[in-house]
Write a protein that binds this ligand. Structure first.
Ligand code: C2E
Ligand code: CA
Ligand code: CA
Length: 398
């Protein structure tokens, strides 16, 4: 009997076998309503009941994680309605799961099978072994890099690079975006695209962000004290949902500013739309507290996220940053240009200032200027630079 059935609800009468020991299993079932018994058939034909499951539980779940035969049979003891969960669906979900989760799951499963029915990993097919090896390798790499990142925070391997943000109308530097860099002792420079997700998954980002905030503030101070630059430049710093969710986020920000001589209005918190969608109430409360303390808030990568226009005006946002992807296409594509123009007027209508990100060409700058964008940031002016290079760059510009 094929156990694959793509209709959503399956009905079994009392005594009906739902899955049979020895068959290849490809689906698990959620018992929407009913009761079943799990049993194994001994070589002499006698049956041994292993347990019962009722409404709201899942049966046959091992089929979802490995490609092996059922180790037990299941039979309805009451009229039961089941919903199938296919391996395909589960596989898709698992593909997005953390590599460490994947590996731990495989190990637990292999041990469980070994204990329960004496099958062991030696009986894995070559294909399965290869798949497991890939999962393990990714997991090891994740665990190793997470360990290294913890060391990086403690061992001063993190640095901030600074990219100037320019006021488009009078061609003046108004601030910088701080972008994190990791000088790994063996791997060399690791890009934030690699380590930020890792830092988020492990929760370490919260410590890295705290470090970055303090470092950014100190750096503004150094420009004044060490280099005699008295401009009121702002420092834009990136934060994640995890940072914002920390209960003491606003307090920590205020604390970091205390006694530094840097006015809070010179610190801009960059957040993304996604962070606002996950927990809007919490985010609004936290951002309001930061704003009450004098800081400003920028909405980063605007246009790439959920762009929930319906409640954009409810968030305490001072600056909108138009994502680079729109700027890149703007010159070629009239549709993208329309989008950029719309975002600019939307932001203006809501009383926000606008930064265009990733400006690389003169044509892009001209278009942005023509359409009332306030500030720009991009390789056309400068790449993110380490502090000493930024100081040279600023001196040259003077
Ligand atoms: P982001 O916040 O959107 O930062 C802008 C990114 O665009 C930076 O990449 C910057 O180097 C790059 N960029 C700037 N101008 C141009 C340009 O003209 N052309 C091109 N092609 N790229 C340009 P980076 O430094 O690699 O950072 C990547 C992302 O990593 C950031 O995107 C941000 O999401 C994240 N990130 C960086 N530093 C931090 C940090 O301290 N904390 C957190 N939470 N995330 C960070
Ligand atoms: Ca940013
Ligand atoms: Ca951005």
């Amino acid at each position: 009997m094929s156990l694959i059935n793509r209709t959503k609800h399956l009905v079994f009468e009392p005594g009906n076998v739902i899955m049979r020991q020895g068959d290849l299993g490809e689906v698990a079932y959620l018992i929407e309503d009913g009761q079943v018994e799990i049993f194994v058939t001994n070589p002499d034909g006698t049956e041994q009941i292993l347990g019962h499951r009722g409404t709201g539980t899942i049966i046959g779940e091992m089929a979802l994680v490995d490609n092996k035969v059922r180790t037990a049979s299941i039979r309805a003891t009451r009229a039961s309605t089941l919903i199938a969960i296919t391996r395909e669906d589960f596989g898709r979900r698992l593909a997005h799961a953390d590599p460490v989760m994947k590996m731990v799951m495989q190990v637990i499963l292999a041990r469980y099978r070994a204990v329960l029915h004496g099958t062991d990993s030696a009986r894995e097919s070559a294909e399965e072994m290869e798949r497991d090896a890939v999962v393990s390798q990714k997991a090891f790499e994740t665990i190793r890099m997470t360990h290294d990142f913890r060391e990086a925070i403690l061992g001063y391997q993190l640095r901030l690079h600074y990219q100037p943000i320019i006021d488009i109308v009078n061609d003046k530097v108004v601030g910088f975006e701080a972008l994190m860099r990791w000088h790994h002792p063996v791997k060399g420079m690791v890009s934030p695209g690699t380590f930020i997700p890792l830092a988020e998954d492990s929760g370490l980002i919260v410590h890295a962000s705290r470090w970055a905030l303090r470092e950014g503030v100190y750096m503004l101070n150094r420009l004044k004290l060490d280099h005699g630059m008295t401009n009121d430049w702002f420092m834009s710093l990136n934060f994640t949902g995890l940072d914002l969710a920390a209960e003491d986020f606003a307090d920590n920000v205020s604390e970091a500013m205390q006694g530094t001589g840097v006015h809070p209005s010179r610190i801009k918190l960059e957040i993304t739309e996604r962070m606002l969608i996950d927990d809007p109430e919490g985010a609004i409360a936290t951002l309001k507290r930061c704003r009450d303390a004098g800081l400003t808030v920028a909405l980063d990568d605007f246009g790439t996220g959920y762009s929930s226009l319906s409640y954009l005006h409810k968030f305490p946002i001072d600056t909108m940053k138009i994502d680079r992807s729109f700027i890149v296409e703007m010159v070629q594509s009239p549709a993208s240009l329309t989008l950029v123009k719309t975002i600019i007027s939307l932001a203006k209508g809501l009383g926000m200032s606008v930064v265009a990100e990733g400006v690389e060409k003169k044509e892009e700058l001209d278009l942005l200027m023509a359409h009332g964008c306030d500030m720009v940031q991009g390789y056309y002016f400068a790449r993110p630079m380490q502090e000493s290079d930024l100081v040279l760059w600023l001196e040259k510009r003077k």
